[in-house]
Ligand binder design. Sequence first.
Ligand SMILES: [Cu+2]
Length: 692
Amino acid sequence: MIVQPIDVFVFIWLGLALASALYVGIDQFRNNPEPAVMKWGFILVTLYMGPIGLLLYVMADKEPVPGSHEDFTRPLWKQGVGSTIHCVAGDATGIILAAVITALLGLPMWLDLIVEYLAGFAFGLFIFQALFMQRIMGGSYVQNVRKSFMPEFISMNAMMAGMAPTMTLLMMGRDMRAMQPTEPLFWMAMSIGVTVGYAFAYPVNVWLVSRSLKHGLMTERPQGSRFDLAIIQRLTPRGAADAHAGHGAMQALAARQPPDPMAGINHTAGIQGSDISASQQGTPTTVPTASMAGMDHASGMQPNVTVPQLWAVFMVTALMLIAGMTLPSTVVNMKLSARDVGASIMPPGMIMTRETPGEAMRDMAAIDPRTVSYTAPGTARGDQRLVPQLVDGVKVFQLDTSVIQWNILPDKQVAAYAINRQVPGPRLEINQGDQVQFIVKNNLPEATTLHWHGLILPNEMDGVPGLEQRPIPPGGTFTYAFTAVQVGTYFYHSHQDSDRQQGLGEYGALIIRPTTEPANLERIRTLTVPGDRATAAESVAQDRTSLEYTLQLQEWLNRDGLTYPAMIMEGGLPNYFTINGKAYPSTDTLQMRVGQTVKLRFIGSNNNFVHPMHVHGGPFEVVARDGETLPTSGRFLADTVNVGPGQRYDVVWTARQPGKWLIHCHIPHHTKNNNVEQEGGGGLMMVIDVRT
Ligand SMILES: [Cu+2]
């Protein structure tokens, strides 16, 4: 599933890597005359580095015409490529295996890097160098380990110096799906890490090859095989063979009579055939070096390096390694593991430091679109009245939480933590004195609770996790039961990580009516949705006196198709705003007649801002605050009321003049949709359509 635009590139890249590795694999075994260890080296590195591996193969190693491999691979830069391929194939395999295992075990990143280094080094030294090269180098396995130790150490240090910080910063960046081996992005991060590691290791490998400390590219022409020069020559017209197969190949051919003790392996001229090593061969300077570096003559290579040179290079690569392993810890929190951060994608602009806890990251992370279990139709409305079941005199409400896709505008979907598949959750209308039960089934990917804001109820029904109840785990159920003793405008919302869960839509209105109010509640609430005006006119005709409307405010942060919980902090500021789950112009339109009054119940169900809610066309009377009805002496006229998070205001407004009158927040940014104005506004705005 495409979660982020980068995923398209990731899939293309990984597809190309597989295709490139397949090509290199087939071509190596069919057409290229080199030892199996190098064939596998190129295949693995191409798998890790994709088209870049392929590029290195065709530019530096793939025999252009039969018989020309020796000449073709002779230049030092190509020998360096071969040596680096060999190193990276072993080391990166160890590193990637270790990265997968440590991620699955949930080890912190700092330990992950150390394990990766040790595994990479062990894999490179004990398997790729000492074991696979044994046939070529000659000597015993232990001798080979000894011989390869220093060059492998230097090469590995340089490679890890590049790979460790690249990998770490990519894995622990904004999109931490890169921490999970089950995500394609993880493999992309590994791929880039290996490529940077290759670039770091290449210069030292060129040097190691030039000093005959490491093998570069080799040619292998087993007698009687199709790579045997004698056979190639026989099959190729004389002139063509001379033109194609360079004189190096011809020399090699000559050298192989009588049969080569090296079983058909020719160390390409780039190493011992170079002028430098030839001129210095047998000079005393190489003797201490040879013993120090563990090189001997069995491989046919004469190390040509001084002890100070070797130590200086070693020290520089060791410093590079230390820098590469430790510098990421100044930027990211290396104490975290793949388990701690999950597959979190962080909002752009969020500040993450080396101290940011994993829980904070998960809290701010986008809803994973793959957890969405339902897509609401674009026309769906939230705040639908939920009819309870009456069981032994108790009103029983079923409330199910789940992750849904929800349209706040026709062309803007958010992911949301919904209750009963709507945003806001269903409106619960009960009467004073009612015994109620709310059966909450949690289908969210995280634990939750519901809190009954402002109500007098038994403490264990209050919904604070860890204090008053155990959080309801994913898949779990909890029943809240109490008797409604108050009257007025209330609401319910998640009290578990409410900054996240309530911010993502887990809330709804709770209206408690006095027993004296008329029983027919359907007639009281008259409103329309755009395009449904006929129905509205009918219901207005039914009841001209007692209208009411509930407004639940909300802030959203939606970028690049991902929804994050809006918070007043770096990267968390909202860019969309809704009344009852819809942004203007998709908000409801109230239909009224001149002379009618409407009770507007403002609910601060949002998490962050105090919204100065203003009504055009004359003042309203504030009649209740936080559910409490104001005594007549306490009521007052106003045209703007500051609705803070958690607050409720009931105001009564009279339609004095015909026309379209606005209800809107007076922070202008909150009446725009991602800073764009549509039909005169956006976000926290709705229309009262008054007719004579
Ligand atoms: Cu506002």
